[in-house]
Design a protein around this ligand. Structure first.
Ligand code: PMP
Length: 404
């Protein structure tokens, strides 16, 4: 496996921490950015900066065209039917809040039910709690097995005539499980419910085809797919988006305004109030170019080799317990070392140059499910190497006796 050509595109990977080469294994939190993305950002501010859509001048026209071109790129990337179905947001969190709030307003009433899963990130739990609480709507939760797989029989049994929506992650950020979204979507639709997918941990690792998946909404963040922070996407089926009320009011999302009555803009602008983060959107465009020129297949192959090797090596260390061993997994490896606190493991790894994440990973219910306070999580991207896994494992071997 050689990926020097990928690695060389990421300037930050040459960094040293505490005099040691950085081993960055915190990719589920955020990926690093290739030079092309950083250059797209600075090029925007050096040559194109202006507010989009409403300007009559050259820069505004050019910036608008560049921004709308990225929308079309995203449309193609997730295979949406129309660019009208691609709404730019600040990230997955804002995308899910948008869906929860507007869906609740339009479709939920007292006594209705929403299904989520037990492995959701807090950002796919709390927005539903906020929206459902206002309407007296019940949230039901799909349990998962010890290996981290959703119990699909339990899922089927949660539906009733009041079920309106299923909100589930495509890939779990803590367990790495890839959930069977197409099957879950068919089940939801057979019961007359819609489905919203949190794709934050999927889009950079596996091909996403929203039509093939059959989802009504699909939410993700740019910064977990090599793009800048500050931009994300909410995909929604056009027929559904047309039915939803606006999320935020302001400039850009209107057609006409009087003090008596306001009419709203067409899709997708109805959901893009105010000045968007244009530079970050252009950075997202460059990130999509990076993914496509590298090849998602190649990225997925590299990451699954890293996962397989790291898992096998981790199992050779005494006292290591791995959480999340689903058959269908992406490059996320959660574990604990004996009874050592994850934070202690993380701090010691950091001193040896290895960046991983510790804690509940914004999935406290997952920790409760296993009866643990947290885990250590290593997560992989296309630029990681087998040699970095060796460094990580050697570091763990060195610190494990200190924590025993
Ligand atoms: N869902 C999942 C599965 C995630 O991993 C994350 C980020 N950790 C989020 C949602 C929230 O993403 P963001 O913070 O970029 O809005």
């Amino acid at each position: 496996m050689t990926n020097d050509d990928i690695r060389n595109q990421f300037p930050i990977l040459g960094t040293e921490v505490y005099g040691k080469p950085l081993v960055y294994l915190d990719n589920a939190a955020t990926t690093q950015k290739p030079a092309a993305v950083i250059e797209a950002l600075s090029r925007y501010y050096l040559t194109l900066n202006s507010n989009i859509h409403r300007g009559a001048h050259h820069l505004a026209t050019e910036a608008t065209e560049a921004y709308e071109q990225v929308r079309r790129k995203v449309q193609q990337y997730v295979n949406a039917r129309s660019p009208k179905e691609i709404v730019f947001t600040r990230g997955t969190t804002e995308s899910i809040n948008l869906v929860a709030s507007t869906f609740a307003e339009r479709y939920l009433s007292e006594g209705d039910e929403v299904i989520i899963s037990g492995m959701e990130h807090h950002s796919n739990i709390v927005p539903w709690q906020l929206a459902c609480h206002k309407k007296n709507v019940k949230i039901r939760v799909i349990p998962f097995s010890d290996s981290g797989e959703l119990d699909l029989d339990a899922y089927r049994s949660l539906f009733n005539e009041r079920t309106r929506l299923v909100a589930v992650c495509h890939v779990s950020n803590t367990l790495g499980t890839v959930n069977p979204i197409a099957l879950m979507a068919r089940e939801a639709h057979a019961h007359g419910a819609m489905i919203m997918v949190d794709g934050a941990q999927a889009v950079a690792h596996t091909a996403v085809d929203v039509q093939q998946l059959g989802c009504d909404f699909y939410c993700f963040s740019g910064h977990k797919m090599y793009a800048p922070m500050g931009v994300g996407v909410m995909y929604g089926r056009e027929e559904v988006l047309d039915e939803l009320p606006p999320y935020q009011g302001g400039g850009e999302m209107i057609k006409t305004v009087t003090f008596d009555h306001t009419t709203y803009n067409e899709l997708p602008f109805k959901f893009e109030a105010g000045t968007p983060s244009v530079g970050d959107v252009l950075g997202l465009g460059a990130a999509l170019d990076f993914i496509q020129s590298t090849g998602l297949d190649r990225i997925a192959t590299i990451e699954s080799q890293l996962l397989a090797y790291a898992t096998e090596q981790l199992r050779t260390i005494d006292g290591v317990q791995i959480y999340g061993t689903a058959t269908n997994k992406t490059g996320v490896l959660s574990f604990n070392v004996g009874s050592a606190h994850p934070y202690d493991v993380g701090t010691l790894l950091d001193k040896l140059g290895v960046a991983i994440r510790t804690g509940h990973h914004c999935t406290q219910p997952v920790m409760d499910r296993y009866g643990i306070p947290g885990t250590v999580r290593a997560s992989f991207a296309a630029y990681n190497t087998m040699a970095e896994i060796d460094t990580f494992i050697a570091a763990l071997r060195r610190i494990a006796p200190m924590l025993a």
